[in-house]
Design a protein around this ligand. Structure first.
Ligand code: 7TS
Length: 407
């Protein structure tokens, strides 16, 4: 593994180089969104300064160039995750959009009255509510793999939940609220033994770990560009062709059609069947630059560095009297979720902010986890490869100050 030159890396991220309340910013809210390297910002700016035009429809030079760059990104994503075909890569607005596409399109094709969908106790609302809605609409049932007090999913219970009526399993790769890496390999193996497809919500997974779709053998995998050092407003849904081919369009209009008359419409081929209207071309191209950047550093190097940083932060925070960490299990990535004595996380977060430190407080769009742990929320520090041990020390100092202020 290669040692990362963090000083050099940080220079690529302009937003990190600023003061907040007169102190150098410590950005520890990477699970909400990561900062962007200047290579990504430049790619967006270059697009608008040079080849801005609509894609897939112009014969003119600019449109062809924009289309080429747009489609190049799709192929780049395909290679990055080692998918078999580029038409299995659907470009969406974000992970939430990808999961809505899944719930509605997969749901309309494969779910009927009394069928069952399985999610887990550790999901973000984005992987709960769309399934809840489609189940309600179709009279299907939503079941939840339970977790133990540490936040580990109970796989023996999972296998017993599966039956003839189970049509899909949709689980998160890494919990955004606790940082726990779910045993997705085992979940996929168990589901496939029963011929049930699996969707992985990889919004917090792909950012910390190498994802090889063919190794993982999941049937669907989704994520957002903006958590992966790319621009906002772009997401990915990977799906196996055998399912995507059979799934109906999610939204309709231009781009996704082959032939339209007032009587009837036939739909375009994959992946365009799922991509309606003008896409977010500039940001898709920006995401290509993000992938280049990540490949330049190496996701394996990122994983190793972040694991070490997370261990350092965990030890540091555990050394502070009154800190309670949630979800402290061996397999974790990127996130420490904790509370400080009985101080409300929101109050603590407001003070931590005054020290120039950005952490997230609250339920992290995962209310069922907070209910299960019987807490109002947590303080969440989430890490990226540009964070440092010094920044962890700054957080620890701020926590001591919060304690002092609350007596
Ligand atoms: N799935 C997971 C696991 C997530 O963490 C998030 C966003 C989403 C889906 C939705 O992604 P989006 O890009 O469509 O919004 N998580 C968070 C978070 O932890 N704090 O802010 C957003």
């Amino acid at each position: 593994m290669q040692q990362l030159d963090i000083v050099k890396i940080r220079k690529d991220f302009p937003a990190l180089d600023q003061k907040v309340f007169d102190r150098p910013l410590v950005y520890l809210d990477n699970a909400a969104t990561s900062q962007k390297p200047k290579q990504v910002i430049d790619a967006i700016s270059n697009y608008y300064s040079t080849i801005n035009s609509n894609v897939h429809r112009g014969v003119h030079h600019l449109s062809q160039q924009a289309t080429e760059a747009f489609e190049h990104t799709r192929e780049h994503i395909q290679k990055y995750i080692n998918a078999q075909n580029s038409h299995e890569i659907i470009i969406t607005k974000g992970a939430t959009d990808s999961i809505n596409l899944m719930a509605y399109s997969f749901g309309k094709k494969y779910l009927q009255l009394d069928d069952e969908v399985i999610i887990s106790a550790l999901e973000h609302h984005a992987n709960i509510v769309p399934w809840q809605m489609i189940c309600k609409e179709l009279g299907a049932k939503l079941h939840v793999i339970p977790m133990n007090d540490e936040g580990e999913l109970l796989l023996e219970k999972f296998e017993k939940m599966i039956n003839q009526k189970t049509k899909i399993v949709a689980v998160g790769h890494v919990s955004n609220a606790l940082g726990i890496i779910n045993p997705v390999e085992e979940i996929i193996e168990i589901a496939h033994k029963h011929n049930i497809p699996v969707m992985i919500d990889g919004a917090q997974g792909i950012v910390h770990k190498k994802v090889d779709i063919q190794d993982l053998d999941c049937d669907f995998y989704c994520f957002s560009s903006h958590k992966f050092y790319g621009p906002m407003g772009v997401g990915i849904l990977y799906g196996k062709e055998k399912y995507l081919e059979k799934m109906p369009p999610y939204q309709t209009g231009g781009e996704m059609i082959k032939k339209v008359t007032f009587k009837k419409t036939t739909f375009n081929d994959l992946p365009y069947k799922f991509e309606t209207g003008t896409p977010n071309v500039a940001d898709v191209i920006g995401f290509d630059a993000a992938l280049n950047y990540i490949e330049g550093i190496g996701i394996e190097n990122i994983e190793e560095y972040e694991t070490e940083l997370l261990q350092y932060a965990t030890e540091k925070l555990k050394g502070i009297d009154g800190v309670k960490i949630y979800g402290e299990v061996p397999h974790k990535a990127g996130v420490i979720s904790f509370n400080l004595k009985d101080i409300h996380p929101y109050d603590a977060g407001t003070i931590i902010d005054r020290f120039g430190i950005a952490v997230r407080t609250g339920n992290h769009c995962a209310q069922p986890i907070m209910d299960r742990l019987d807490i109002p929320g947590t303080i969440r520090a989430s890490f990226a490869f540009y964070n440092t041990k010094d920044e962890v020390d700054r957080l620890a100092e701020a926590l001591e100050k919060v304690k002092e202020m609350f007596g």
